[in-house]
Ligand binder design. Structure first.
Ligand code: SF4
Length: 413
């Protein structure tokens, strides 16, 4: 059977697709990169923006037109589907989770999954390690909690074993999940996997310490993590162990206005506590790749709120921004909040935020040109070698300058 895979959304989704791909591979299927050649398409869906669902529907229709493949849709949008995805042409099944067993069964394949390996081989030189799934928060713009359920942390021993396997092929391992800063909190409450004791000292910082001790030659990188969840252990590792933990934080801000943060249900930080944590860290790190997600035009956002975001974003040393114009997710409570803004106003605010992000990214890169960086090879593009630095910059070299090492010192160009 020829199978085509496509992933929408975040690194947690990329990780899930990779596990499913490995399960199909182990069952004897052939992975193809053209849907026209496929007997089956497996599409991992995302529900973060309305745009991601538009793209999903477009791809499903494209697959149906381009050949004879049937489609299985899995992931977050699939979990919330009330029939619209199932009704798309050639959809064989809508799988409300990302378990390889379920996707294989939906494809009519039964295969002993013990034979398959977990891991993120497909993501070039950066291995992905999903440390938890789900989230206990209920941000009013987010339907992810509904789609993925509560925080469930994986056991430390299992993660070390998987990371050891990834380290054989990947000089860098990225810790991913839905809300990784809450890693271990379910165990502390006694609601984690059986086999672990309530009260076990499990946290993201403690997990990273264990991973670094077990695999000291790999560079770990944190996926998206809340600024106020960077505890003292994580901060110490970022400052004292730059070879082991990349100097990079992607810390969702969403808004620089406390009033908007409250309406978003993001109760665990304020603009001030976010600023304090980032400033404290930035002062202690010689380089820091710093990114944030920001939502433009949340319902009820005033001009003053928008300017509070611009002011905070301008004040902090961001090196890039991911800006999301607010879009209504029917399953998320923000869809029913009063004060929905005009689409033109949302677009205008998003444009201003993006411009600021681009200005800051350009300035940061210019400040790094000519400096040394710890580069990890992530791929080749048009005969050139692509490397990623500790502070999340892409650097390109001619392949004839490469001696084959997967990680080496580069000069930012
Ligand atoms: S913290 Fe908020 S935005 Fe992030 S996954 Fe949880 S509910 Fe969604």
């Amino acid at each position: 059977m020829n199978v085509y895979f496509h992933t929408f959304g975040c690194k947690a989704n990329q990780y899930d697709t990779e596990r499913v791909r490995q399960a199909f591979d182990a069952s004897g299927a052939t992975v193809v990169d053209d849907p026209a050649l496929a007997d089956l398409a497996v599409i991992n869906s995302c529900t973060v923006t309305s745009e991601s669902e538009v793209k999903l529907r477009r791809l499903v229709r494209h697959v149906a037109k381009s050949g004879h493949a049937q489609t299985i849709v899995m992931g977050c949008a699939a979990a919330l589907d009330s029939g619209a995805i199932a009704a798309l042409p050639s959809v064989r099944a809508v799988v409300a989770n990302a378990e390889p067993e379920t996707v294989l069964a939906a494809a009519g394949i039964s295969y002993p999954l013990a034979a398959t390996r977990r891991g993120g081989q497909g993501v070039r030189s950066r291995g992905l390690l999903k440390i938890q799934d789900g989230c206990d928060e209920h941000c009013t713009f987010c339907a992810t909690t509904l789609a993925r359920g509560n925080n469930r942390s994986r056991a430390v021993a299992e993660l070390i074993e998987e990371a050891l396997g990834l380290a054989q092929h990947h000089p860098e391992i990225v810790l991913t999940g839905v809300h990784i800063g809450t890693y271990g909190q379910d165990v502390q409450r006694g609601s984690g996997d059986p086999g672990r004791k309530p009260g076990d000292r499990e946290s993201l910082g403690a997990l990273l310490e264990s991973l670094i001790t077990a695999i000291p030659h790999v560079r770990f990188r944190l996926g998206s993590v809340e600024a106020t969840e960077v505890d003292d252990t994580l901060a110490r590792l970022l400052i004292e162990a730059p070879r082991n933990l990349a100097a990079h934080l992607h810390a969702p801000l969403q808004s620089g206005s406390d009033r908007v943060l409250k309406r978003m249900g993001r109760h665990w930080y304020t603009a001030e506590s976010y600023r304090a944590r980032i400033e404290w860290l930035a002062e202690r790190l010689p380089v820091l790749g710093l990114g944030a997600d920001v939502i433009a035009g949340f319902p009820g956002e005033t001009d003053a709120d928008h300017h509070a975001s611009l002011t905070l974003l301008n004040a902090l040393p961001f090196t890039y921004l991911h800006v999301f114009p607010f879009s209504v997710r029917p399953d998320a409570p923000a869809a029913r909040l009063p004060g929905q803004l005009r689409p033109e106003l949302i677009r205008e605010r998003a444009r201003e935020l993006r411009e600021l992000g681009e200005t800051k990214a350009t300035a940061y890169r210019a400040s790094r040109v000519g400096q040394a960086a710890d580069g990890v090879v992530t791929g080749r593009q048009q005969g050139r070698l692509e490397l990623m630095t500790e502070d999340y910059l892409s650097v390109y070299l001619d392949t004839d300058q490469w001696d084959g090492r997967p990680r080496f010192e580069v000069t930012v160009n």
